[in-house]
Ligand binder design. Structure first.
Ligand code: ARG
Ligand code: GLU
Length: 695
């Protein structure tokens, strides 16, 4: 009995150890290091980030500015998500070589496929430069004066930073402009595709399972970094050789169980954890619903056409995934905010804040912040939605409108400066060619009919029969001749003439009004952050995500999505077979995988229970951008590949609740099982370092 009580106490303590937050890797010593140790980590702050010696951070690369990737072999082999490499896989695909459908595996270096434009960036070092950046900034300055001093200081500082010729620098704001950090970075541009499973593994469950647990997706793909003969970043060349990394992650074959420590190391994009209640209300009750409706209207057409034509499926795969992903996420976010009572809880928190500033005599300084937010948001709501609707229609969903938008930018550029005509022309021709590579006029016309009514009463589908933009040859003809002729051609085009007044309205009215109303909100958010830290100094503050390298940590944990239901944290290959629907576009399973399952041909990749683990859950606080991030065990080995969050916890970008917010990772043993047993790419396994930390 006594033993059980102690055990129970121990378990509760384990669970209640502080979690949540995305922390700056160079500042882990102290609080974070202690919390991580409490959660089971054996790593020191220096194991994770060190300037003078190689450390975990040297294996973590920002993948194309949007995802995360990690080095997993001494020959620059890179692991990231299938959905992160998706547009590269798509761009190498055709009806004859359908790598989206069938997967792709390079069996030797010469077969690895180059990807122009794709890059991976590493962090060399991080420095606090707050004093230098804020030098000369005073409270009586206007927002404009402040920002211009900050950018002058930043530029001056960056200009004199010590670095190698091939390295870059950037300065980023943290805690809403209360702190600034410098990043010295190294960027590699020769990144080749090594392997990808078929979508029936890499995107298994597609939209139905997206943002949902239990999950059974093998969301991974592999690339390789190539460098010049001195191991330095270089543009693509056949002379380049596989990159020799400063550090690569060993891979644990022992897996995880509930309660194990994990940390996720990557580049989370954006969060907004310090919003006032009024902002959360605006986002979930007005802003999200408006954007969801527009995307839903577009998806109706795209989805239907992708199901009936393989050509459309390949063309629209990437675009559909992008539109559908946020469309579904916003719905989960709204539900989670409502279910967790986040707005009410934020109001309660605000009452605590008001009380604290009163007690500390800070009322004069900070007493007005929250009432001021109410007024500002009241004014901001309409224009925020109007602006975003324009973006959703003209830049996210409808491609004809996107082409007119880019053309408008071209026209403005040459009117402002006729000298740029040839250069601007080459650029717009490139843009239009890019759009047309994956364009289907019937799909786009249907999208137009469905989304345009969300933006204007003037919906004129007949422009599709008259415009030159819907075919690449006629579109490019518009740009032939002298500058005057080109401008005349464009303005005579039916689609351009239709869209131009709306684009002008966006540039001349909507966007300026948005900027004017958003600027005081941003400025007040800076003051609010300062006020929070002053009024409630003992709370745990982490900076919002801003696409810089962060560490988040927690444990492997299941959760209870609703009454009487508990999700255990690990899913297995058995679940893939349970979900199997032959021929289904979301839940089909390749025959070879079924054969391996039936023969129990699992090699060294099964769990102690004899099953192959597929995905697992943790309490790591992640967001978009953490896709492809490594989940690292207590000893610094790779155990998982982050790719998603659970439906009930999708609201963690605004409100993190350790009870139900979970990140979803692919178990590395599933990745290795697919590479080895399914794809027969044993040579890749041989490059890696497989370890047994638990044996
Ligand atoms: N929800 C994950 C993320 O935000 C995965 C998206 C890719 N998967 C998909 N079915 N579209 O990126
Ligand atoms: N799938 C997301 C991404 O692309 C990561 C999951 C999330 O948003 O938590 O970065």
């Amino acid at each position: 009995m006594k033993f059980f009580k102690i055990l129970l106490l121990f378990i509760t303590l384990q669970v209640s150890a502080q979690q949540g937050g995305m922390w700056i890797p160079s500042l882990l010593e102290g609080m974070n290091e202690h919390e991580m140790t409490d959660l089971g980590s054996k790593l020191t702050a220096q194991d994770i980030y060190d300037v003078n010696n190689s450390s975990l951070k040297d294996a973590i690369g920002h993948f194309n500015g949007g995802c995360t990737s990690e080095v997993i072999s001494p020959k620059g082999l890179i692991l990231t998500n299938h959905h992160c490499g998706f547009s590269q896989i798509q761009s190498h695909s055709s009806l004859e070589n359908d790598y989206l459908k069938d997967g792709f595996w390079a069996m030797k270096l010469e077969e690895e496929l180059p990807n122009p434009g794709l890059f991976i960036e590493f962090i060399v070092r991080i420095e606090d430069v707050t004093a230098q950046v804020l030098n000369g900034v005073t409270e009586d300055m206007t927002e404009k004066e402040k920002q211009s001093t900050i950018s002058k200081n930043s530029n001056a500082f960056e200009a004199q930073v010590e670095k190698e010729a091939w390295q870059d620098t950037k300065i980023k704001s943290f805690y809403k402009g209360n702190q600034y950090f410098l990043f010295v970075t190294e960027r590699f541009n020769d990144i080749r595709l090594v392997g990808a499973p078929p979508s029936s593994i890499g995107k298994f469950g597609s939209d139905t399972d997206n943002w949902v647990f239990p999950r059974h997706t093998g969301d991974f793909s592999m690339f390789r970094i190539y460098a010049d003969k001195d191991n330095r970043p270089a543009e693509y060349s056949t002379e380049n050789v596989p990159y020799k990394p400063k550090h690569f992650l060993p891979i644990s074959l022992d897996g995880v169980e509930e309660g194990d420590f994990t940390m996720v190391f990557g580049f989370p994009g954006t969060t907004d954890e310090y919003l006032p209640a009024v902002a959360i209300e605006h986002i979930t009750k007005e802003y999200n619903p408006s954007n969801i409706a527009i995307r839903e209207a577009a998806l109706k057409v795209i989805d239907a056409n992708m199901k009936t034509s393989d050509e459309v499926r390949i063309k629209y795969a990437s675009k559909q995934a992008r539109i559908a992903n946020a469309w579904k996420k916003w719905q989960g976010e709204n539900l989670g905010i409502e279910k967790s009572n986040a707005i009410e809880k934020r109001h309660e928190f605000e009452a605590t804040f008001q009380k604290a500033i009163k007690e500390k005599g800070l009322e004069d300084k900070y007493g007005n912040i929250l009432p001021e937010f109410d007024v500002l948001y009241e004014n901001f709501g309409d224009v925020n939605i109007k602006r975003r609707s324009f973006i959703e229609v003209f830049l996210v969903t409808n491609e004809l409108m996107e082409m007119t938008f880019r053309t408008y930018q071209f026209e403005q550029a040459i009117i402002n400066n006729p000298d740029v005509f040839e250069k601007a022309k080459a650029s717009i021709e490139g843009t239009l060619t890019g759009v047309h590579k994956d364009y289907d006029v019937n799909v786009d016309r249907g999208v137009f009919e469905n989304v345009m009514p969300f933006y204007t009463k003037n919906v004129d589908v007949s422009i599709y029969d008259k415009t030159a933009f819907t075919h690449i040859d006629s579109a490019l003809k518009l740009f032939e001749g002298s500058q005057e002729e080109v401008i005349k051609n464009l303005n005579n085009d039916a689609a351009y003439a239709y869209a131009k007044p709306m684009i002008e309205d966006f540039y001349n009215n909507i966007n300026p009004e948005f900027q004017a109303k958003n600027e005081p909100i941003t400025a007040l958010q800076t003051v609010y952050m300062t006020a929070l830290m002053e009024a409630l100094p003992n709370a745990r503050y982490f900076p919002d995500a801003n696409s810089t390298l962060r560490v988040t940590y927690g444990q492997v944990r299941g959760y209870s999505p609703r009454d009487a239901v508990y999700y255990s944290p690990v899913s297995y290959l058995d679940g893939v077979i349970e979900k199997y629907v032959p021929g289904d576009y979301e839940f089909d399973v390749p025959q070879k995988l079924i054969d391996l399952y039936e023969a129990k041909d699992y090699g060294q990749y099964a769990d102690a229970n004899g099953k192959v683990p597929v995905c697992f859950l943790g309490t790591n606080h992640t967001t978009g951008g953490n896709s492809g991030s490594p989940a690292i065990d207590a000893h610094g080995n790779l155990v998982g590949l982050n790719f998603d969050r659970v439906w009930e916890g999708t609201m963690s970008d605004m409100y993190y609740d350790p009870e139900i917010c979970r990140n979803i990772m692919v178990d590395l043993r599933y990745v290795l099982f697919i590479v080895d047993k399914y794809a027969g790419a044993k040579h890749l396994i041989d490059e890696m370092k497989l370890v047994h930390p638990k044996k």
